[in-house]
Design a protein around this ligand. Structure first.
Ligand code: IPE
Ligand code: IPE
Ligand code: MG
Length: 244
């Protein structure tokens, strides 16, 4: 008996494995990224349906510029296409978009598209959807520290946290990486301090609703102790110690 376990409020995903998905089918890598967009559309819908509050995905890392030129330009073209095609659909589902990452270095077309998509969905309330594009965890921390230093403000955990790119949402509860690798690859280094990690062998284009439910189920069976003991959690002592 007991309460129904809660769905994680904030899910973060490293969508990895598009290239391998394509290569296994003797297709160009960009075909895998294209299929990855389909998978993402399905995942966003599933998160809305399950009452997830925030979804944050890693779409393009600061380091991905080092890939072959044709792959990078294929990814940029996909972004342009997604901005035109997907935004109306997302907005209809009540999704609010935020783009997180370094905007300098992106084409004029993409930068303008990001601003427009954020403005067009700003009134939506069902799901906050953060797309990390040209993002790196170290970039985020260094940039936040530099902004504080420039204003002559003290650098503390609270002030840094307020300055970081995801300050509009709470920290991720569940961090999923698909594609079988078990590493963070510079994603949400600061914010994932207490995220529950889940690694799936499924390649991102194959990550469906059932795979998402498996990750959520694993999360619900974890005990999040935040430095306390298991006994403290079950006695409810932790609640007594929480500041009002
Ligand atoms: C992740 O899939 C998507 C991006 C990095 C843009 P990959 O392209 O890294 O796929 P694999 O890891 O090579 O299979
Ligand atoms: C991480 O995947 C970046 C994204 C999913 C956008 P990578 O495929 O770039 O990571 P590594 O290189 O295997 O660590
Ligand atoms: Mg990869």
């Amino acid at each position: 008996m007991g309460q129904t376990p809660a769905v994680p409020n904030h899910i973060a995903i490293v969508m990895d494995g598009n290239g391998r998905w394509a290569t296994r089918r003797f297709l160009p890598r960009v075909a895998g990224h294209k299929q990855g967009v389909e998978s993402l559309r399905r995942c966003v819908k599933a998160c809305v349906d399950r009452g997830v509050g925030v979804l944050t995905v890693f779409a393009f890392s600061s380091e991905n510029w080092n890939r072959p030129v044709e792959e990078v330009s294929g990814l940029m073209d996909l972004m342009v296409g997604a901005l035109t095609r997907e935004v109306p659909r997302l907005s209809k589902d009540g999704v609010r978009l935020h783009f997180v990452g370094e905007r300098g270095g992106l084409s004029e077309k993409i930068s303008a598209g990001l601003v427009q998509a954020e403005a067009a969905t700003a009134h939506n309330t069902h799901l906050i959807f953060n797309v990390c594009f040209n993002y790196g965890g170290r970039w985020d921390i260094a940039r936040a520290a530099a902004a504080l230093a420039e204003r002559g403000e003290p650098i503390t955990e609270v002030s840094l946290d307020r300055e970081m790119a995801l300050s509009h949402v709470s920290d991720p509860d569940l961090f999923i990486r698909t594609g079988g690798e078990q590493r963070l690859s510079n994603f949400l280094l600061w914010q994932s301090a207490y995220a529950e990690l889940f690694f799936s062998d499924k390649l991102w284009p194959e990550f469906d609703e059932a795979a998402l439910d498996e990750a959520i189920g694993a999360f619900q069976r974890r005990e999040r102790r935040f430095g306390k003991t298991s006994a403290q959690l079950s006695s409810g002592a932790e609640r007594a110690r929480q500041p009002a």
